[in-house]
Ligand binder design. Structure first.
Ligand SMILES: [Zn+2]
Ligand SMILES: [Zn+2]
Ligand SMILES: [Zn+2]
Ligand SMILES: [Zn+2]
Ligand SMILES: [Zn+2]
Length: 753
């Protein structure tokens, strides 16, 4: 082929943001718009002018374009594809003109031989390139060339009746502009009206058959039988109906012709009646032939679309394999290349020529190197996350089986240098080996947790020392080194701590710190609360005042000593409360008193010790069980069966009987450890003036008879807990524990029936 080849720039085919194939209907190039629209309406109109001249049919492609014809330019820079490989020169190249004009000097037979190998799109392009080409291609001699082009393109149907080959090619392949307004991107040709028109122009110009008389009141309805029509209305979104729609200009043209024949008849011209009749008959035959041809054309359009889609798909997948092979041959890693093409498609549905490959390769390689970096980062993130999750699971499991705490938060384990290095180390080839080092780290959990406990202890001892002036040394002297002074210090009645997350609950002695667990919201079970401990100054003040009241040394008295004394106290800061016309005060053990003082934020703790007489009254039949038989705090004192696994009272008694002790004695055969029990029993109401009987029939209560508190409420947030509260108590509990300012019945707490 003698044409000078210049490669025109292609539309970008590498789209890193688009991983999917773009073969959907929307993106698909209509087979009927092959000619690039960028040729503009000017080129289009100039071509049409030519058609008008050469067209013998009044139904030819007459243009309504009012724009002046633009100067003719070679517009081939954006030619998408000249599938035959004929490449045209770019704009403004003097060499091109020379070359093309040389072609024109070829014998016409040879020229037509060459043209006969092209498709309609190529021919349309050529006809728009130079005057010489136009002249040749629009001549009557060229009809065979256009026919061959239709065959080359793949079974394009014969011309629409009344249309020339060139008009037909232009309608099908001349661009996607609306015939009326020039709007681009109109994919559908309506063969019934033989036009490509946009929806809004269709709406404006189509006349619905039943509206004919109202639209054209002066026209003869017979015109409808003489005019081609479509079954697809302007509002139908391309869907056919049983109705007929006419293009209004067509109607007017037929009307004009019919009018001429009718006029002759009215003027009694010779043979006019027959000519009128012949005209009508020929128009009807024409309408029928158009109607029949429309079906053929529509069928072809569908076939052609499917064919081109499957060809494109096939080409893409072929190209994909080709590109993969070539990349690997260039030394790229096979896995990388496979991964690159895993989720993405390069929309190359053209033949992968050497030139195209040359242009493509740098972009693909750039893409690949970017991807590799992304993958590296992603793989690192994945590996780190995997290791972290795995470690965390192991850690959580370890901590869960720890009976005593406090356990350090997992985050602080993650801060260890060796853990950081492990988490951030490059990913292994196999995911299993990524976590193979985890068990080695799990071996470090016990030491890590013990270290944390030790640190926490030391920190608390230090703040106790600086707050109270008590030091291990003074204690060591007093105990003459028999016990671990550190432990003794942490078990004093004045060793009172708090967790930053629940300050209102003082933790009396290290025991409570060990068993403390902050309650997490049930609604967000994943929320983890990290407990941080400090001394509770208000708790210490409360404990000190209690110790002084009973005459014990605030610096040496152990909490258990206070427990054994079993004193009860009234809070002098709280006035007696009214109930049923009587007045009562709450009698509380020392632990409850400390908690009360902190909860109520009494600035200056003041107490009243219950007298022996008052104690006798209150410890009547209603003496509270503490600890409760159901609390899992009981141990066998004869063996270490329950060490670390305390049970309820019934179980431990059964167990002692198994030892052979028929009547096990509390404190001798079995003991309890209250440390795991979070709260001491609530206070008891001690009536200082008797409540009035609510009903006349009820027996008056003795004034001093203690009332069991109405523990009729349960916290809904502590769902599993059996703990019962009085109304005020459950509200306080929810405020402090769950940080809900105004607790609501049925939502936050409920009454136990
Ligand atoms: Zn339009
Ligand atoms: Zn806590
Ligand atoms: Zn009080
Ligand atoms: Zn035992
Ligand atoms: Zn609760």
């Amino acid at each position: 082929m003698g044409l000078h080849c210049v490669y025109v720039p292609m539309t970008p085919i590498l789209d890193p943001d688009n991983d999917s194939t773009s073969l959907d209907g929307d993106d698909y190039d209509s087979p009927l718009t092959d000619l690039e629209d960028s040729t503009g309406s000017s080129g289009y109109s100039s071509l049409e002018e030519t058609f008008s001249e050469s067209s013998g049919s009044e139904y030819g492609g007459k243009t309504h374009n009012k724009k002046p014809p633009a100067k003719k330019r070679a517009r081939v820079a954006n030619v998408k594809a000249l599938n035959t490989g004929v490449i045209l020169a770019t704009n403004g190249s003097g060499r091109k003109k020379k070359t093309l004009s040389l072609i024109i000097t070829m014998p016409i037979d040879i020229l037509f031989e060459i043209f006969g190998l092209l498709g309609p799109v190529d021919l349309l392009h050529l006809s728009r390139t130079t005057k010489a080409f136009r002249k040749v291609l629009l001549s009557n001699n060229a009809v065979s060339v256009w026919k061959a082009a239709r065959v080359n393109r793949g079974g394009v149907p014969n011309c629409m009746p009344g249309m020339s080959e060139v008009e037909w090619a232009n309608l099908l392949f001349g661009g996607s502009q609306c015939y009326v307004c020039g709007t681009k991107g109109i994919m559908r040709v309506d063969f019934g009206i033989r036009r490509r028109a946009c929806t809004s122009c269709l709406k404006k110009n189509l006349v619905y058959k039943p509206n004919f008389s109202s639209t054209f009141p002066s026209l003869d309805p017979i015109i409808m039988d003489l005019t081609p029509f479509t079954n697809i209305g302007g509002w139908a979104h391309g869907h056919a109906s049983g109705s007929k729609f006419f293009w209004s200009d067509d109607i007017l043209k037929v009307a004009a012709q019919l009018g001429m024949y009718q006029k002759d008849v009215h003027m009694f011209k010779l043979g006019a009646k027959k000519r009128l009749e012949d005209f009508k008959q020929s128009r009807k035959r024409y309408v029928d032939s158009v109607f029949n041809h429309v079906a053929i054309c529509d069928a072809w359009v569908n076939r052609d679309r499917k064919h081109r889609q499957s060809t494109a798909t096939e080409l893409r997948s072929q190209n994909k394999e080709l590109i993969k092979t070539r990349l690997i041959r260039l030394g790229h890693d096979t896995n990388d290349v496979a991964r690159m093409f895993n989720n993405r498609d390069y929309a190359i549905d053209k033949e992968l020529t050497d030139a195209r490959w040359k242009r493509l390769l740098p972009r693909i390689e750039h893409n690949l190197s970017e991807l590799k970096e992304q993958w590296r980062l992603q793989d690192q993130r994945d590996a780190s996350r995997l290791r972290k999750t795995h470690l965390q699971n192991m850690y959580d499991n370890y901590v869960r089986q720890l009976r005593r705490g406090p356990a350090p938060p997992f985050e602080s384990f993650l801060e260890r240098r060796d853990v950081v290095d492990f988490i951030n180390s490059p990913p292994a080839m196999e995911p299993e080996s990524d976590i193979s080092a985890c068990p080695a780290f799990a071996d470090k959990f016990p030491e890590f947790c013990t270290g944390y406990v030790h640190q926490t202890k030391l920190a608390l001892i230090q703040s106790l020392g600086s707050y109270s002036g008590i030091s291990q040394d003074t204690l060591a002297l007093q105990n003459q080194g028999i016990n671990d002074p550190e432990e003794i210090l942490l078990q004093l009645a004045t060793s009172i701590f708090q967790c930053a997350s629940s300050r209102s609950l003082p933790l009396i002695t290290w025991e409570k710190v060990q068993y403390h667990k902050c309650h997490t919201y049930r609604l967000w079970p994943t929320t983890k609360v990290t407990c941080t401990f400090s001394i509770s100054q208000s708790g210490i003040l409360a404990a000190r005042s209690l110790l002084r009241l009973v005459g014990l040394d605030v610096k040496t008295t152990a909490a258990t000593t206070m427990d054994q004394l079993q004193h009860l106290f009234f809070c002098s800061n709280c006035p007696p409360k009214q109930e049923n016309g009587g007045l009562y005060r709450m009698a509380m053990d020392w632990r409850r008193s400390v908690i009360h003082c902190v909860e109520q934020s009494h600035r200056e703790p003041r107490w009243e010790l219950l007298s022996a007489e008052q104690l006798r009254v209150i410890r009547g039949p209603h003496a509270p069980e503490y600890p409760k038989a159901t609390d899992p705090v009981w141990y066998c004192n004869q063996c270490d069966r329950h060490n670390g696994k305390p049970v309820n009272k019934a179980t431990v008694i059964d167990h002692i009987r198994w030892h052979g002790t028929a009547v096990p004695k509390q404190g001798v055969d079995f003991i309890y450890d209250m440390a795991p029990v979070e709260l001491p029993p609530p206070g008891m109401k001690f009536f200082i003036s008797p409540p009035q009987p609510s009903r006349p029939s009820a027996k008056p209560q003795p004034s001093t008879k203690p009332q069991p508190p109405n523990n009729d409420y349960r916290c809904i947030h502590c769902n599993r807990s059996q703990r019962r509260f009085i109304l005020e108590g459950v509200k306080q509990h929810i405020k402090h524990k769950h940080k809900i300012g105004s607790p609501v019945e049925e939502t936050d707490f409920c009454k136990i029936k």
